[in-house]
Write a protein that binds this ligand. Structure first.
Ligand code: NDP
Length: 435
């Protein structure tokens, strides 16, 4: 911690993994001898750069750009870019660290990395977003590539931003290198199912957890936070499986729709108009909908909870209320949305708990499928790609569960994910020597 002062989220992510790995150290002294953990915590490379751009009023704006290339034992660095005012080195490092284990769990040949900027795309014109993305890529391009580092989207970075970033990369390098970014548009190298993959994957993972208790999504009352890419597709899949999803939120408040979220309206407001969740309540046209400004979406009772917004959005008090209200399963669509204290409460109460690095791995797994399609200059059908995603998510679930069993902690998906993800990376690092 002394080596990385002030990086609270990074400390939190590392602490959770270290706690899970105590049992592994006893079984595998060779990892300690090779200082695997110490090496894992130190990114292979960290890049911080200035991003100057000109806004619509002709004023010069300055943001800070980051790319942390954490670990390449299993493949090129892979992980998203986040554009949000809260981004600083500690956020990028927590996300990059988690990404190492998540990517390992997918079984695909991808290492871990993450990046982003404290740029806030909200309220910016398309022209401003484009100029920012072009400036960001003007530095980033020298560090990335199909065989080195392959960024994708995250909070604040969707199809529009990936388009501008890809255009600038192509222009600077004079190469149509499809495999340099994932999350691309369908007509220029993107993959079907990539936009849906994280939300769908989280629901598939949850369904597998529910099956271990003889249950399913059918008939569940589901509370979802967020209303971005992950939340929208989690809502869609949960409803397809017969659940009633009653909430969605943004950073200003949340809606409760007792009749079940109207997905078409939600998509129109969030994806087409880039509007706010409060507008949903005004436009839904039924008395069954309420909008709560501020407050916590976790006050709404449900049997299944899918936090899909941001880190540390679900704390101890909320977890206690949710357990009392009858929550049986929680799966993290977002990265580290549940605090350590809240996670302990869920686990102590026997609630099925799917950690983000397993439950939301469907997004990066499908990014790796996009890379496969790019490498073979092919594009797969929706059905084929979704089947691959589904197989991967079931595989991740089973490997977390089997690892938890092997280490004598059945049902502990947190430890199962950390250990299963770690062992594969550690073995690759051992094989590749001290680098
Ligand atoms: P989006 O930008 O599409 O949506 C983010 C959502 O979370 C918005 O509703 C946003 O509300 C809300 N949100 C963001 N920051 C905050 C905050 N500080 N407080 C409250 N609400 C907030 O992002 P994604 O859906 O892509 O990402 C959501 C989460 O899922 C993140 O944790 C991300 O790391 C994780 N994830 C995403 C993957 C992907 O494929 N996209 C893959 C794996 C994980 P508002 O508009 O008000 O900011």
């Amino acid at each position: 911690f002394r080596r990385n002062p002030g990086e609270a989220e990074f400390h939190q992510a590392v602490t959770e993994v270290f706690e899970s790995l105590e049992a592994v150290s006893l079984k595998h002294p060779e990892y300690a001898e090779a200082a695997i953990l110490q090496r894992l915590c130190e990114p292979e490379r960290q890049i911080i750069f200035r991003v100057p751009w000109v806004d619509d009023q002709n004023r010069v704006q300055i943001n800070r750009g980051f790319r942390v290339e954490f670990n390449s034992a299993l493949g090129p660095y892979k992980g998203g870019l986040r554009f949000h005012p809260s981004v600083y080195l500690g956020i990028v490092k927590f996300l990059g660290f988690e990404q190492i284990f998540k990517n390992s769990l997918t079984g695909m040949p991808i290492g871990g990395g993450k990046g982003g900027s404290d740029f806030d795309p909200r309220g910016k014109s398309d022209g401003e977003v484009m100029r920012f993305c072009q400036s960001f890529m003007t530095e980033l391009y020298r560090h990335i590539g199909e065989y080195t580092d392959v960024p994708a989207g995250d909070i604040g970075v969707g199809g529009r931003e990936i388009g501008y970033l890809f255009g600038q990369y192509k222009r600077i390098t004079n190469r149509y290198e499809s495999g340099v970014l994932t999350g691309k548009g369908l007509s220029w190298g993107g993959s079907l199912v990539r936009p849906e993959a994280t939300g769908y994957g989280a629901v598939i993972f949850t369904e597998e957890m529910l099956k271990t208790r003889g249950q399913s999504f059918d008939g569940q009352r589901v509370v979802v936070s967020g209303s971005g890419n992950v939340a929208i597709h989690a809502i869609e899949k949960a409803q397809d499986l017969g659940a009633t999803v009653v909430t969605a939120s943004d950073s200003a408040g949340f809606i409760v729709d007792e009749g079940g979220i109207d997905l078409e309206l939600l998509r129109q407001i969030k994806e087409v108009e880039r509007g706010r969740i409060s507008e949903y309540a005004q436009r839904r046209g039924t008395s069954n909908v309420t909008y709560v400004s501020g407050g916590s979406v976790w006050d709404v009772a449900g049997t299944v909870a899918l936090p899909c917004a941001t880190q540390n959005e679900l704390g101890e008090e909320a977890a206690k209320k949710m357990v009392a209200a009858g929550t049986i399963a929680v799966a993290e669509g977002a990265n580290m949305p549940t605090t350590a204290e809240a996670t302990a409460i869920f686990q102590g109460a026997g609630v099925l708990f799917g950690p983000g690095k397993a439950a939301n791995a469907g997004g990066v797994a499908t990014s790796a499928l996009e890379m496969q399609q790019n490498a073979s200059r092919d594009s797969w059908s929706f059905e084929h790609t979704e089947r691959r995603l589904s197989e991967i998510m079931v595989g991740i679930h089973d490997s977390c569960a089997a690892t938890a069993d092997e280490y004598g902690i059945p049902g502990n998906y947190v430890a199962g994910a950390n250990i299963a993800g770690f062992v594969k990376v550690a073995d690759a690092m051992l094989a590749q020597g001290v680098i």
